[in-house]
Design a protein around this ligand. Structure first.
Ligand code: TUI
Length: 289
Protein backbone atom coordinates (compact mmCIF):
# COMPACT_ATOMS: atom_id res chain seq x y z
CA UNK A 1 0.00 0.00 0.00
CA UNK A 2 1.16 3.54 -0.66
CA UNK A 3 3.04 5.15 2.23
CA UNK A 4 3.68 1.61 3.53
CA UNK A 5 5.18 -0.61 0.86
CA UNK A 6 7.68 1.89 -0.47
CA UNK A 7 11.04 1.58 -2.23
CA UNK A 8 12.94 0.89 0.98
CA UNK A 9 10.71 -2.01 2.07
CA UNK A 10 10.41 -3.40 -1.48
CA UNK A 11 14.19 -3.36 -1.96
CA UNK A 12 14.75 -5.06 1.41
CA UNK A 13 12.27 -7.82 0.52
CA UNK A 14 13.88 -8.35 -2.90
CA UNK A 15 17.36 -8.41 -1.31
CA UNK A 16 16.09 -11.03 1.17
CA UNK A 17 14.96 -13.38 -1.61
CA UNK A 18 11.32 -12.33 -2.01
CA UNK A 19 9.74 -10.17 -4.68
CA UNK A 20 9.40 -6.74 -3.13
CA UNK A 21 6.41 -4.67 -4.23
CA UNK A 22 6.19 -0.88 -4.40
CA UNK A 23 2.53 0.01 -3.99
CA UNK A 24 0.84 3.05 -5.48
CA UNK A 25 -2.43 2.95 -3.53
CA UNK A 26 -4.10 6.34 -4.01
CA UNK A 27 -0.78 8.19 -4.51
CA UNK A 28 -0.01 10.43 -7.51
CA UNK A 29 2.13 9.23 -10.42
CA UNK A 30 5.11 11.36 -9.32
CA UNK A 31 5.32 9.32 -6.07
CA UNK A 32 5.58 6.08 -8.05
CA UNK A 33 8.29 7.42 -10.35
CA UNK A 34 10.32 8.60 -7.32
CA UNK A 35 9.93 5.25 -5.58
CA UNK A 36 10.96 3.30 -8.71
CA UNK A 37 14.08 5.47 -9.08
CA UNK A 38 14.93 5.06 -5.40
CA UNK A 39 14.43 1.27 -5.44
CA UNK A 40 16.83 1.01 -8.37
CA UNK A 41 19.52 2.69 -6.25
CA UNK A 42 18.88 0.25 -3.37
CA UNK A 43 18.80 -3.10 -5.18
CA UNK A 44 19.86 -4.77 -8.43
CA UNK A 45 17.24 -7.46 -7.87
CA UNK A 46 13.88 -7.34 -9.65
CA UNK A 47 10.96 -5.77 -7.82
CA UNK A 48 7.28 -5.31 -8.63
CA UNK A 49 5.02 -2.27 -8.70
CA UNK A 50 1.38 -2.56 -7.61
CA UNK A 51 -1.09 -0.30 -9.40
CA UNK A 52 -4.42 0.15 -7.64
CA UNK A 53 -6.82 0.53 -10.55
CA UNK A 54 -9.25 2.73 -8.58
CA UNK A 55 -6.46 5.31 -8.21
CA UNK A 56 -7.59 8.51 -10.01
CA UNK A 57 -4.09 8.71 -11.56
CA UNK A 58 -4.14 5.09 -12.84
CA UNK A 59 -3.71 6.09 -16.53
CA UNK A 60 -0.61 8.14 -15.79
CA UNK A 61 0.85 5.43 -13.55
CA UNK A 62 0.17 2.81 -16.25
CA UNK A 63 2.24 4.88 -18.69
CA UNK A 64 5.14 5.16 -16.22
CA UNK A 65 5.13 1.38 -15.66
CA UNK A 66 5.28 0.90 -19.43
CA UNK A 67 8.11 3.38 -20.05
CA UNK A 68 10.13 2.24 -17.02
CA UNK A 69 9.89 -1.38 -18.25
CA UNK A 70 8.97 -2.63 -14.79
CA UNK A 71 9.68 -6.37 -14.61
CA UNK A 72 6.57 -7.32 -12.65
CA UNK A 73 3.32 -5.34 -12.53
CA UNK A 74 0.74 -6.31 -9.91
CA UNK A 75 -2.76 -4.86 -10.32
CA UNK A 76 -5.44 -4.53 -7.66
CA UNK A 77 -9.03 -3.41 -7.20
CA UNK A 78 -10.25 -3.93 -10.75
CA UNK A 79 -9.80 -5.43 -14.20
CA UNK A 80 -6.54 -4.40 -15.96
CA UNK A 81 -7.48 -5.88 -19.38
CA UNK A 82 -7.23 -2.50 -21.16
CA UNK A 83 -3.55 -2.13 -20.15
CA UNK A 84 -2.33 -5.65 -20.94
CA UNK A 85 -1.17 -4.91 -24.49
CA UNK A 86 0.84 -1.86 -23.39
CA UNK A 87 2.47 -3.91 -20.63
CA UNK A 88 3.40 -6.86 -22.84
CA UNK A 89 7.10 -6.50 -21.95
CA UNK A 90 6.35 -6.97 -18.24
CA UNK A 91 5.04 -9.92 -16.28
CA UNK A 92 1.53 -8.85 -15.26
CA UNK A 93 0.06 -10.43 -12.12
CA UNK A 94 -3.48 -9.22 -11.36
CA UNK A 95 -5.07 -9.63 -7.94
CA UNK A 96 -8.39 -11.38 -8.48
CA UNK A 97 -11.25 -11.94 -6.07
CA UNK A 98 -13.31 -14.30 -8.28
CA UNK A 99 -12.87 -17.21 -10.71
CA UNK A 100 -14.53 -15.15 -13.46
CA UNK A 101 -11.84 -12.45 -13.38
CA UNK A 102 -9.09 -15.08 -13.00
CA UNK A 103 -10.22 -16.76 -16.25
CA UNK A 104 -10.37 -13.43 -18.11
CA UNK A 105 -6.88 -12.52 -16.90
CA UNK A 106 -5.43 -15.87 -17.97
CA UNK A 107 -6.97 -15.36 -21.44
CA UNK A 108 -5.55 -11.80 -21.61
CA UNK A 109 -1.99 -13.04 -21.08
CA UNK A 110 -1.41 -12.61 -17.32
CA UNK A 111 1.73 -14.42 -16.14
CA UNK A 112 0.06 -15.47 -12.87
CA UNK A 113 -2.85 -14.37 -10.70
CA UNK A 114 -3.01 -13.50 -7.02
CA UNK A 115 -6.03 -15.10 -5.29
CA UNK A 116 -6.55 -12.63 -2.45
CA UNK A 117 -9.07 -13.58 0.22
CA UNK A 118 -11.03 -11.31 2.52
CA UNK A 119 -8.74 -12.00 5.50
CA UNK A 120 -6.33 -9.54 3.85
CA UNK A 121 -5.88 -5.94 4.90
CA UNK A 122 -6.84 -2.97 2.75
CA UNK A 123 -9.22 -3.32 -0.20
CA UNK A 124 -10.79 -6.81 -0.18
CA UNK A 125 -13.22 -9.04 -2.08
CA UNK A 126 -15.98 -11.31 -0.68
CA UNK A 127 -14.44 -14.77 -0.54
CA UNK A 128 -11.92 -16.08 1.97
CA UNK A 129 -8.51 -17.38 0.89
CA UNK A 130 -9.51 -20.93 1.90
CA UNK A 131 -12.32 -21.09 -0.67
CA UNK A 132 -10.99 -18.69 -3.32
CA UNK A 133 -7.56 -20.25 -3.85
CA UNK A 134 -8.55 -23.81 -4.77
CA UNK A 135 -11.42 -22.62 -6.98
CA UNK A 136 -9.06 -20.36 -8.91
CA UNK A 137 -6.45 -23.13 -9.16
CA UNK A 138 -9.15 -25.29 -10.77
CA UNK A 139 -9.94 -22.82 -13.58
CA UNK A 140 -6.58 -21.41 -14.72
CA UNK A 141 -3.40 -23.05 -15.95
CA UNK A 142 -1.09 -20.20 -14.97
CA UNK A 143 0.58 -19.99 -11.52
CA UNK A 144 -1.67 -18.96 -8.62
CA UNK A 145 -0.32 -16.93 -5.72
CA UNK A 146 -2.42 -17.08 -2.55
CA UNK A 147 -2.86 -14.00 -0.38
CA UNK A 148 -4.88 -12.96 2.65
CA UNK A 149 -4.49 -14.52 6.09
CA UNK A 150 -0.92 -15.74 5.54
CA UNK A 151 1.23 -14.65 8.47
CA UNK A 152 3.56 -17.52 9.29
CA UNK A 153 4.93 -20.83 7.99
CA UNK A 154 1.64 -22.60 8.72
CA UNK A 155 -0.17 -20.20 6.41
CA UNK A 156 2.44 -20.64 3.68
CA UNK A 157 2.21 -24.46 3.93
CA UNK A 158 -1.60 -24.29 3.91
CA UNK A 159 -1.53 -22.12 0.77
CA UNK A 160 0.53 -24.77 -1.01
CA UNK A 161 -1.94 -27.44 0.15
CA UNK A 162 -4.73 -25.38 -1.43
CA UNK A 163 -2.89 -25.61 -4.75
CA UNK A 164 -1.07 -22.27 -4.74
CA UNK A 165 2.37 -21.91 -6.34
CA UNK A 166 3.42 -18.96 -4.19
CA UNK A 167 2.21 -16.55 -1.53
CA UNK A 168 1.80 -12.80 -1.17
CA UNK A 169 2.25 -11.54 2.38
CA UNK A 170 1.35 -7.98 3.37
CA UNK A 171 0.39 -7.42 6.99
CA UNK A 172 3.41 -9.21 8.48
CA UNK A 173 5.70 -6.72 6.72
CA UNK A 174 4.05 -3.83 8.60
CA UNK A 175 6.42 -4.97 11.36
CA UNK A 176 9.48 -5.19 9.11
CA UNK A 177 12.27 -2.97 10.45
CA UNK A 178 12.59 -1.55 6.91
CA UNK A 179 8.89 -0.56 6.88
CA UNK A 180 8.85 3.17 7.57
CA UNK A 181 5.28 3.56 8.85
CA UNK A 182 4.71 5.61 12.02
CA UNK A 183 5.58 3.79 15.27
CA UNK A 184 1.95 4.22 16.43
CA UNK A 185 0.86 2.01 13.47
CA UNK A 186 3.35 -0.70 14.47
CA UNK A 187 2.26 -0.50 18.12
CA UNK A 188 -1.42 -0.88 17.17
CA UNK A 189 -0.59 -4.00 15.10
CA UNK A 190 1.42 -5.47 17.99
CA UNK A 191 -1.49 -4.82 20.40
CA UNK A 192 -4.17 -6.19 18.01
CA UNK A 193 -6.04 -9.37 18.91
CA UNK A 194 -7.73 -11.82 16.53
CA UNK A 195 -11.04 -9.91 16.35
CA UNK A 196 -9.57 -6.42 16.17
CA UNK A 197 -10.04 -5.76 12.43
CA UNK A 198 -13.23 -4.62 10.69
CA UNK A 199 -14.26 -4.34 7.03
CA UNK A 200 -15.81 -0.97 6.22
CA UNK A 201 -16.89 0.62 2.93
CA UNK A 202 -19.11 -2.20 1.58
CA UNK A 203 -21.80 0.38 0.78
CA UNK A 204 -19.35 2.23 -1.47
CA UNK A 205 -18.49 -0.98 -3.34
CA UNK A 206 -14.93 -1.07 -2.06
CA UNK A 207 -14.67 -2.73 1.32
CA UNK A 208 -11.47 -2.06 3.23
CA UNK A 209 -10.17 -4.06 6.21
CA UNK A 210 -8.46 -2.07 8.93
CA UNK A 211 -7.81 -2.16 12.67
CA UNK A 212 -10.78 -1.13 14.83
CA UNK A 213 -10.25 2.42 16.13
CA UNK A 214 -12.45 5.51 16.47
CA UNK A 215 -12.13 6.25 12.71
CA UNK A 216 -13.13 2.72 11.63
CA UNK A 217 -16.01 2.54 14.12
CA UNK A 218 -17.34 5.95 13.00
CA UNK A 219 -17.04 4.98 9.32
CA UNK A 220 -18.93 1.75 10.03
CA UNK A 221 -21.71 3.65 11.86
CA UNK A 222 -21.95 6.25 9.06
CA UNK A 223 -22.32 3.64 6.34
CA UNK A 224 -25.39 2.18 8.09
CA UNK A 225 -26.91 5.64 8.51
CA UNK A 226 -29.19 6.38 5.55
CA UNK A 227 -28.93 10.13 6.26
CA UNK A 228 -25.23 10.02 5.32
CA UNK A 229 -24.57 10.37 1.57
CA UNK A 230 -21.94 8.33 -0.27
CA UNK A 231 -20.07 11.59 -0.98
CA UNK A 232 -19.92 12.37 2.74
CA UNK A 233 -18.62 8.85 3.41
CA UNK A 234 -15.94 9.19 0.69
CA UNK A 235 -14.93 12.57 2.13
CA UNK A 236 -14.69 11.10 5.61
CA UNK A 237 -12.32 8.39 4.32
CA UNK A 238 -10.16 10.63 2.12
CA UNK A 239 -6.53 10.77 3.25
CA UNK A 240 -7.13 8.36 6.14
CA UNK A 241 -4.40 5.85 5.19
CA UNK A 242 -1.84 8.66 5.01
CA UNK A 243 -3.03 9.93 8.40
CA UNK A 244 -2.32 6.45 9.80
CA UNK A 245 0.95 5.60 8.08
CA UNK A 246 2.64 9.00 7.99
CA UNK A 247 1.11 10.92 10.90
CA UNK A 248 0.33 7.99 13.23
CA UNK A 249 -3.03 9.62 14.02
CA UNK A 250 -4.50 6.93 16.31
CA UNK A 251 -8.03 8.37 16.35
CA UNK A 252 -8.47 9.56 12.73
CA UNK A 253 -6.22 7.27 10.66
CA UNK A 254 -7.27 4.16 8.75
CA UNK A 255 -4.80 1.51 9.96
CA UNK A 256 -5.22 -1.08 7.20
CA UNK A 257 -4.24 -4.58 8.36
CA UNK A 258 -5.31 -8.17 7.76
CA UNK A 259 -6.82 -10.63 10.20
CA UNK A 260 -3.41 -12.15 11.00
CA UNK A 261 -2.50 -8.93 12.87
CA UNK A 262 -3.38 -10.76 16.10
CA UNK A 263 -0.49 -13.20 15.47
CA UNK A 264 2.19 -10.51 15.22
CA UNK A 265 4.17 -9.62 18.30
CA UNK A 266 7.53 -8.14 17.28
CA UNK A 267 9.48 -6.18 14.70
CA UNK A 268 11.95 -8.16 12.56
CA UNK A 269 14.03 -7.46 9.48
CA UNK A 270 12.55 -8.41 6.10
CA UNK A 271 15.24 -11.10 5.91
CA UNK A 272 14.20 -12.61 9.28
CA UNK A 273 10.53 -12.58 8.25
CA UNK A 274 11.18 -14.38 4.97
CA UNK A 275 13.45 -16.94 6.63
CA UNK A 276 10.87 -17.62 9.34
CA UNK A 277 8.01 -18.00 6.81
CA UNK A 278 9.81 -20.42 4.52
CA UNK A 279 11.96 -22.42 6.96
CA UNK A 280 8.83 -23.20 8.99
CA UNK A 281 6.74 -23.94 5.90
CA UNK A 282 9.36 -26.35 4.59
CA UNK A 283 9.57 -28.16 7.95
CA UNK A 284 5.80 -28.53 8.07
CA UNK A 285 5.52 -29.70 4.49
CA UNK A 286 8.38 -32.22 4.95
CA UNK A 287 6.77 -33.60 8.15
CA UNK A 288 3.31 -33.99 6.65
CA UNK A 289 3.98 -35.19 3.12
O1 TUI B 1 -5.87 -3.40 -3.81
C1 TUI B 1 -5.71 -4.10 -2.85
N1 TUI B 1 -5.51 -3.62 -1.59
C2 TUI B 1 -5.49 -2.29 -1.28
S1 TUI B 1 -5.57 -0.99 -2.32
C3 TUI B 1 -5.52 0.10 -1.07
S2 TUI B 1 -5.60 1.82 -1.27
C4 TUI B 1 -7.23 2.19 -1.01
N2 TUI B 1 -7.46 3.34 -0.44
C5 TUI B 1 -8.71 3.75 -0.22
C6 TUI B 1 -9.79 2.96 -0.58
C7 TUI B 1 -9.58 1.77 -1.14
C8 TUI B 1 -8.27 1.35 -1.37
C9 TUI B 1 -5.42 -0.56 0.08
N3 TUI B 1 -5.40 -1.88 -0.05
N4 TUI B 1 -5.74 -5.45 -2.95
C10 TUI B 1 -5.98 -6.08 -4.18
C11 TUI B 1 -7.39 -6.49 -4.35
N5 TUI B 1 -8.00 -6.43 -5.50
N6 TUI B 1 -8.20 -6.98 -3.40
C12 TUI B 1 -9.38 -7.25 -4.01
C13 TUI B 1 -9.24 -6.91 -5.32
C14 TUI B 1 -10.19 -7.02 -6.39
C15 TUI B 1 -11.55 -6.93 -6.16
C16 TUI B 1 -12.43 -7.03 -7.23
C17 TUI B 1 -9.71 -7.18 -7.69
C18 TUI B 1 -10.58 -7.26 -8.74
C19 TUI B 1 -11.93 -7.18 -8.50
O2 TUI B 1 -12.74 -7.32 -9.57
C20 TUI B 1 -13.46 -6.23 -9.99
C21 TUI B 1 -13.91 -6.47 -11.41
O3 TUI B 1 -13.89 -5.50 -12.17
O4 TUI B 1 -14.24 -7.62 -11.74
Amino acid sequence: MAWISDARLAAAVSEAGGMGVIAAGQAPASYIKEQIDLARTLTDKPFAVNIMLMNPHAEEIATILESEKISVIVTGAGNPAKYMKRWQHSKVIPVVASTALAKIMARCGASAVIAEGSEAGGHIGELSTMVLTPQICDVVDIPVIAAGGIGDGRGVAAAFMLGADGVQVGTRFLLAKECGIHQNYKDLVIKAKDIDTIATGKRLGHPVRALKNPFAREFFAMEYDSNVSNEALEDFGAGSLRRAAVEGDIANGCFMAGQIAGMLKKEQTAHEIIQDLFVNAEELLAKNC
